[in-house]
Design a protein around this ligand. Structure first.
Ligand code: ZN
Length: 275
C-alpha cells in the first residue's frame, strides 16, 4: 500500500524490566501510545513526553495484547481512546490479569498514582487487514493469537512501522501461553504483511527493533524452528537441544521456566493429537 509520508515523530521507551517496549507516535493531528509500562517512574517519563506532544492532538492508546506487563500503565492515561482486539475486550480471564498486576505491585512494594483495572476498549479490532484512520495516521491490523489469545499486529503505515507485540523478538524465543498451532499461523502472516506493507522497522514487545526485512525474516525463521523443535521433541520424546537454545538466548536463568512451560503446553497439545 502507498501512503503519503507525513511528519512523524517516533519514540521507543524500553523498560528496565524484561526490556519491555512502549512506543509513541506523533503526527500533525494524532498521538498514538502503545503499551505504556512498567515501573512508576518509567510511566511518569512516558506521561511527561506524551503530554508535551498532546497540544490538542487526538490521543489514542493501543494495547498489543492483554498480558499484564503490557497494560499495567493503562490508567495513567484515562483520557485516551483505547484500541485493542475484540478478544482483548472479551477476555474471560480479566480477573486473573488484574490479580497479576496487584501481585506484581505488592510483591515489589510499588505504589502508583492511578488505580489498577482492566482497560475498557473503545475501538475494537476483529479481523485481518482491518484499517483505522486516526486523524492523519493510518493503522492496519492483523490478529495475532498464539502467544496469548488476544494479540494483534499493528502497521502504522505513515511511519512504515510494525508493532509486533510479543512476537519476533531478538531476545526471547516464543512464549506460548495459548496455542502453538495458532502461534505458527500468526507467524505465517509475516510474509503477507511484508508483501502488503512498506516496513522499515518492526518493534517487538521485548527487546530491540528489527530494521531490515532480512532481520524480520530471520526472527520469523528462528521462532518457527523453535516451535517445530518443541513439537518434534514432544512427539518423539527426544531431547530438545538446550545447549543451542542457551547459546542463542542469553537470559537463561530468567527464561528456563518459560521454556519448561512451553514444553508442557506442547506435550498437552500433542496428547490431544495435534496435526
Ligand atoms: Zn510481554
Amino acid at each position: 500500500m502507498d501512503y503519503h509520508p507525513i511528519t512523524m515523530i517516533k519514540k521507543i521507551f524500553k523498560s528496565a524490566l524484561f526490556q519491555t517496549t512502549s512506543t509513541l507516535f506523533v503526527s500533525d493531528k494524532t498521538v498514538l501510545l502503545v503499551d505504556p509500562n512498567w515501573l512508576p517512574h518509567e510511566i511518569e517519563t512516558i506521561k511527561a513526553v506524551t503530554k508535551k506532544y498532546r497540544k490538542g492532538r487526538e490521543f489514542y492508546l493501543l494495547f498489543t495484547h492483554s498480558d499484564y506487563d503490557h497494560i499495567i500503565g493503562a490508567n495513567a492515561f484515562p483520557e485516551a481512546i483505547v484500541i485493542a482486539t475484540e478478544a482483548f475486550s472479551q477476555n474471560p480471564d480479566k480477573k486473573k490479569v488484574i490479580e497479576e498486576m496487584h501481585y506484581f505491585d505488592e510483591s515489589n512494594y510499588i505504589e502508583r498514582s492511578y488505580p489498577i483495572t482492566y482497560p475498557m476498549v473503545d475501538v475494537l479490532v476483529s479481523k485481518d487487514g482491518q484499517q483505522l484512520t486516526i486523524g492523519d495516521m493510518t493503522l492496519v491490523f492483523y490478529l495475532a493469537p498464539g502467544h496469548n489469545a488476544d494479540g494483534m499486529f499493528t502497521i502504522v503505515e505513515e511511519a512504515r512501522t510494525w508493532i509486533a507485540g510479543d512476537y519476533l523478538s531478538d531476545i526471547e524465543f516464543p512464549y506460548i501461553y495459548h496455542s502453538s498451532g495458532e502461534y505458527l499461523e500468526t507467524l505465517q502472516k509475516v510474509d503477507t504483511i511484508l508483501d502488503t506493507h512498506q516496513i522499515d522497522e518492526l518493534i517487538p514487545g521485548h527487546g530491540n527493533p528489527a530494521t531490515s526485512i532480512k532481520e524480520i525474516q530471520k526472527r520469523k525463521l528462528e521462532n518457527h524452528r523453535y516451535i517445530l523443535e518443541l513439537r518434534s521433541a514432544a512427539r518423539t520424546a527426544n531431547e530438545f537441544d538446550l545447549s543451542a537454545l542457551w547459546n542463542r538466548y542469553k537470559f537463561r536463568r530468567g527464561m528456563e521456566s518459560f521454556h519448561q512451560k512451553n514444553v508442557e503446553l506442547v506435550a498437552r497439545e500433542v496428547g490431544m493429537k495435534l496435526s
